[in-house]
Design a protein around this ligand. Structure first.
Ligand code: HEC
Ligand code: HEC
Ligand code: HEC
Ligand code: HEC
Ligand code: HEC
Length: 197
């Protein structure tokens, strides 16, 4: 993959070669994640397990990330989506930990008893964002979904992951070489202007 990428830039410009080397930078300093008990401002505010929801209970990815097939952003579900299952009297949790976490989750729900049903939106949960391209790069989810590239190709086996804290290795740190190698492999455009503003 790396070789393909270098071959692509080598013919283009020395500036780009420099870019390729900047690309091999160190992993961010905050990646010393040390386990479940650790809770700090760098951790997710609610311990939302993808494996329970998307794996064990097979809720489809796009039930929650419902804009992935029609817009640039896959989107993070509003708290009303959670309330649909976790309102009091519905899914309460099987273990002590699960019940405690669901009680914490409900602090974000709207006060309105018609929880999320077209009424009050509740308080947005301040999730820690994990996947983010630079501001000068455009990444349209819908084009990739339409071309049949699965979520797992880029995000890994999310349905087997617990709480998400960092990018999967499949995402190649979202570097330009990662994007361009796949575009080369799959015959997608490598025009600078399709990805850059
Ligand atoms: C029940 C709802 C739900 C389902 C089902 C679900 N997700 Fe998520 N997903 C979330 C929430 C909430 C977040 C934000 C918290 C977090 O990062 O874990 C999230 C975050 C993510 C992120 C990280 C976003 C970022 O950059 O911060 C990815 C990638 C993702 N989901 C992919 C998937 C994939 C792939 C599937 C299917 C295998 C899936 N999700 C199924 C609710 C869901
Ligand atoms: C379609 C139904 C459904 C939706 C929507 C849903 N959940 Fe769940 N959730 C479940 C089920 C089922 C469990 C497993 C409960 C159990 O342990 O008995 C669960 C468990 C949990 C737990 C407990 C942790 C654990 O290990 O089991 C948390 C926290 C949680 N959900 C958060 C969320 C959040 C946040 C959202 C919204 C982004 C959400 N859920 C949306 C069905 C749902
Ligand atoms: C070709 C690779 C690729 C595929 C396929 C892909 N994603 Fe992403 N995903 C990304 C990139 C790159 C970002 C960062 C985008 C940005 O910063 O604008 C991202 C960001 C996200 C986020 C963060 C919030 C957002 O809206 O940007 C979520 C959630 C997410 N993806 C879920 C999914 C789901 C669910 C699928 C499958 C339906 C999917 N992705 C398919 C590469 C991919
Ligand atoms: C795993 C393969 C893969 C990866 C990784 C990937 N893409 Fe793509 N991309 C595709 C495919 C396939 C298409 C669809 C081409 C089509 O519609 O004909 C596409 C289409 C696009 C388009 C629309 C192109 C056009 O002709 O209008 C943009 C923009 C884009 N990708 C940006 C990105 C960016 C930015 C990244 C990296 C952050 C990325 N892609 C990573 C496979 C990938
Ligand atoms: C398929 C998508 C894609 C295409 C095509 C593409 N780029 Fe990029 N480019 C990216 C991504 C993603 C990054 C961000 C890399 C990072 O953050 O490490 C990037 C970064 C860059 C940077 C570095 C800016 C910085 O933040 O350091 C330059 C310069 C650049 N691209 C120029 C180009 C030129 C010139 C072309 C055409 C020959 C091109 N790109 C084609 C996706 C693309």
């Amino acid at each position: 993959m790396k070789r393909l990428w270098l071959a692509t830039v080598a013919g283009v410009s020395p500036l780009l070669l420099a870019v390729a080397f900047i690309g091999f930078r160190q992993a961010p300093a905050g990646s010393s994640y040390s386990g479940a008990a650790e809770v700090d401002s760098q951790s997710q505010p609610i311990r939302f397990p993808h494996d329970t929801h998307a794996g064990q209970f097979t809720i489809p990815c796009q039930y929650c990330h419902f804009s992935a097939e029609r817009s640039v952003d896959a989107g993070i579900p509003p708290v009303a989506v959670c309330a649909g299952c976790h309102a009091p009297g519905k899914v309460e949790g099987r273990t002590e930990e699960a019940r405690a976490e669901i009680v914490r989750l409900r602090e974000y729900f709207p006060d309105d008893p018609a929880l999320g049903e077209g009424g009050a939106p509740g308080t947005p949960i301040p999730w820690k964002r994990i996947y983010k391209v630079r501001d000068h790069v455009k990444f349209p989810h819908m084009r990739h979904v339409a071309a049949g590239v699965t979520c797992q190709t880029c995000h890994g086996q999310v349905q087997e992951m617990g709480v998400l804290e960092e990018m999967a290795p499949e995402a190649g740190d979202l570097r330009m070489g990662w994007c361009v190698s796949c575009h080369l492999e799959r015959g997608a455009s490598r025009d600078c202007t399709v990805c850059h503003y």
